[in-house]
Design a protein around this ligand. Structure first.
Ligand SMILES: [Ca+2]
Ligand SMILES: [Ca+2]
Ligand SMILES: [Ca+2]
Length: 181
């Protein structure tokens, strides 16, 4: 049997921009929040969610997991939270069909890219490390809300499919650049 369709909620009353401005002038607040000027910026409650272990600061891995999650929906076509080889190819249509990147990223060789593997990849990207370091004003290796808010969050937008790092060229002498500036 079919349940009757629920009544549609009454559409939100929308103010014309001019009316909203007038209300603002009159000291009233409109109910609709302004869209953030910077789409990469998030608010403090969201930042608290990124801090998965709740210690009040965000580690490189926690931030990487968040960035991965943000971009995952576009890549993860079947919604299983992992990236399959087919999804990987679809996400990088211009990349060579098999450049070995997927295999390198798939650390446990189960044929899928998990969040864990994405985090390992992202946190190893020099661009990510540099961006994180730049925002880490007090140098404690974590981002506090104040540091995040004052920094450039978009600089941390590095995902699995970012083309930042083609698989490391071999024998270039840059191996293990832990002290790289
Ligand atoms: Ca998937
Ligand atoms: Ca895997
Ligand atoms: Ca810090």
């Amino acid at each position: 049997m079919t349940a009757p369709a629920p009544p549609r909620p009454f559409p939100a009353f929308r103010l014309l921009p001019g009316a909203a401005a007038l209300l603002a002038l009159a000291g009233c607040r409109t109910l609709q929040p302004e869209p953030p000027a910077n789409p990469a910026a998030i608010d403090q409650p969201t930042f608290a969610l990124i801090d998965r272990n709740g210690d009040g600061k965000v580690s490189p891995a926690e931030m990487a997991a968040f960035k991965h999650e943000e971009g995952l929906a576009e890549v993860d076509l079947d919604g299983d939270k992992r990236v399959s080889p087919v999804e990987w190819k679809a996400a990088r249509p211009s990349a060579p069909q098999d450049d070995g990147t997927f295999a390198k990223l798939d650390l446990n060789k189960d044929g899928f890219l998990s969040e864990e593997e994405a985090v390992a990849h992202i946190t190893a990207q020099p661009a990510y490390v540099a961006a994180f370091k730049k925002m880490d004003a007090n140098g404690d290796g974590h981002l506090h809300w104040e540091e995040y808010a004052a920094g450039d969050p978009a600089s941390l937008n590095i995902t699995l499919a970012s083309r930042a790092a083609p698989v490391a060229p071999t024998g270039s002498g840059g191996e293990g650049g832990a002290a790289a500036r």
